[in-house]
Design a protein around this ligand. Structure first.
Ligand SMILES: [Zn+2]
Length: 333
């Protein structure tokens, strides 16, 4: 049907029409054929609808047949349904029914039951006419049906223990940070960030790391294990903690998911810095190495803009940032 449509429709609408057609074909039963707005029952290519018939409960084609499967005569029809109508009107309806359909209904009446009761329309156990079947319920049904496990979840769960996914997904939203930063964090968690080892499968480019140039650029390598990136993380760690360089660094969970610490304000500040894995992404595209001095300039300009805005998230961050670095024993940035 949808190939012969008189108008051009998008694929989506064509498929919707096809789905309806499939529903119609799979549920077609002659005795449930509707008399009104039926594409098979037409006069001059137009389907019929007579409100006075419809209001009388004459909805199905079956109302026009007797128990032997014959079409009721004009007089019989008026007697059976106690419904006086002009002969012309009755004749119009009778003539509009195709012969094939009349035979189908006749054989159906002779060999089957005549039950025209519609089955209840339920949506997840609740009738669609029920007040409980509101938009919230419909949305929940769709959400339940389309629930998928994010692809990155199993990937990272195989490498990192005990990830609190809620915390990981929502981390970027705790801060007032550029959308691009959130996007990179999101892509890494979902394992949809494109790295050279993936791109090289489709495009003729080397699969090697953009920084060190001698190992395959995988997601973990680029943002964590590359020696040059490790150096950056280690420098950042010692800078934030005011400890000697190369003594300790962030681990994989800190870099990819979130940083945890018993000191909540420290955790909050550190996570902000870690979220700047975006910086590594940026340096990759600028063909420049991720260095601490560059990073601090980036952060500094962001903090300057924080000071100029009156945003609750910015204020909270600045307050904790100043408390942590100016009053704490961890030194000053
Ligand atoms: Zn590398």
């Amino acid at each position: 049907m949808y190939n012969k449509l008189p108008v051009k429709l998008s694929n989506f609408h064509q498929q919707a029409l096809l789905a309806w057609k499939l529903c119609y074909i799979h549920n077609f039963s002659p005795h449930k054929t509707l008399l009104w707005n039926n594409m098979n029952i037409t006069v001059r290519n137009k389907s019929l609808f007579f409100p006075n018939w419809f209001n009388r409960g004459l909805t199905y084609i079956l109302s026009l047949f007797d128990n032997s499967g014959n079409i009721l005569s004009y007089e019989c029809f008026m007697t059976v349904h106690d419904f006086p109508i002009p002969f012309k009107e009755y004749n119009t309806v009778i003539k509009a029914i195709p012969t094939g359909l009349v035979h189908l209904v006749k054989s159906h009446i002779l060999y089957n039951q005549k039950d025209t009761k519609e089955s209840a329309l339920l949506l997840d156990g609740i009738s669609i006419y029920d007040k409980k079947c509101n938009n919230k319920h419909i949305r929940q049904v769709f959400q339940k049906r389309d629930q998928i496990r994010p692809r990155g979840r199993s990937h990272w769960a195989a490498l990192i223990d005990n990830i609190n996914w809620r915390k990981a997904w929502l981390l970027a939203y705790k801060y007032c940070i550029p959308n691009k930063t959130k996007e990179v964090h999101f892509k890494i968690l979902h394992k949809i960030y494109l790295v050279n080892s993936t791109i090289s499968k489709y495009v003729d480019i080397p699969s090697t790391c953009s920084f060190c140039g001698h190992e395959d650029e995988t997601l973990i390598h680029l943002f964590y294990s590359c020696e040059l990136v490790q150096k950056f993380w280690s420098n950042l760690y010692s800078h934030l903690n005011n400890t000697p360089i190369n003594t300790q660094s962030f681990n994989l969970k800190d870099n990819i998911c979130y940083y945890t610490d018993s000191n909540k304000s420290k955790e909050y500040i550190f996570n902000f810095f870690i979220l700047f894995t975006f910086f590594i992404h940026k340096q990759k595209f600028m063909s420049s190495l991720p260095t601490l001095s560059h990073f601090l300039i980036e952060v500094d300009s962001l903090l300057k803009s924080f000071r100029l805005t009156s945003n609750a998230k910015c204020d909270r961050f600045l307050k904790l940032y100043e408390q942590f670095f100016c009053n704490g024993s961890d030194g000053q940035v």
